[in-house]
Design a protein around this ligand. Sequence first.
Ligand SMILES: Cc1cc2nc3c(=O)[nH]c(=O)nc-3n(C[C@H](O)[C@H](O)[C@H](O)COP(=O)(O)OP(=O)(O)OC[C@H]3O[C@@H](n4cnc5c(N)ncnc54)[C@H](O)[C@@H]3O)c2cc1C
Length: 280
Amino acid sequence: MDGAHNQVFLPSNIQELFTTWNRFPTAVPVAGGASFARRQDSRCTLTLPADILSLDGLNELQRITRTERYIEMGAMVRLNDIINLGKIIPPVFTQALKRIAGPELRNLATIGGNICHPVLRLNATAPLVALDARYELRTSLTARWISAARFSSFSGPLAFNPQELLTRIRIPLEQWNYSLFKRFADTYPESETGGALVFIARIQKNILTDLRVVFAGETVIRDKNSEAVLSGKHLPLDRRDISHFIELWRAFLSGIDTPSLMVKARMLNFVEDAVMELAD
Ligand SMILES: Cc1cc2nc3c(=O)[nH]c(=O)nc-3n(C[C@H](O)[C@H](O)[C@H](O)COP(=O)(O)OP(=O)(O)OC[C@H]3O[C@@H](n4cnc5c(N)ncnc54)[C@H](O)[C@@H]3O)c2cc1C
């Protein structure tokens, strides 16, 4: 490795970024920098990496494009810019972004930074998994697409290869008539009592055609078996079908180690309330 430490690199395009990253492999990509801020005794302190690879000058990561089937946004799009797109954005995703801190922070923080927190699965993760979003990951030589579920699913490191950058997020534009987002912690960073749960449903001609329930906290959780029990049912839902769904969820949660018992109990309450709204 050449050069001194404590440097800030400001590449103006992706090629330049990877050239710099190859020369300084320990440099860390920094988007809005919000995750490097810590609250200490009511003061806010910044702990920045020794070598910073600023993504700020990469215009290609700030674009938003739309087709009939999906919306695609660069990793450097700010959270408020997504919220301001309005109705085109699936409601559960907007709800999740609006729950992140205050408007000042949302003007600074990016969607890529929220997805790529090295340890926490932050607000954007559960909705993006539920919506079947896909992420483009690039190195100097490769580009690949990965589902949000695979990228974030395990606790610990994300599914990055060495020196890989999140560049684009693609979200299918499907109609979800019923969308709920619930966070289990009011403070950031989250403790083990944290995490977020989403419940989305598609209803067509009074039939529940699709249902997805996803939790993201210490890890990402989804139980497709219980979802299948209600898919295809007429509304209002039958109470026996709802009980069956809840029992499957309860059994699923008791069979997994994380999250904590308290979070599991809160998840079950939320899922129960959400599904009861679809009963008579
Ligand atoms: C006071 C405060 C309150 C907050 N409250 C909430 C909250 O309620 N809910 C919530 O979800 N979050 C919350 N956050 C966290 C914040 O929303 C996220 O950390 C933020 O979205 C990160 O965005 P950023 O652009 O600042 O990313 P950065 O802090 O710059 O980066 C975050 C991480 O992602 C990596 N990274 C960034 N972009 C890329 C990329 N394109 N490819 C690869 N790696 C990348 C960085 O190396 C870093 O490890 C809060 C933060 C603060 C300071």
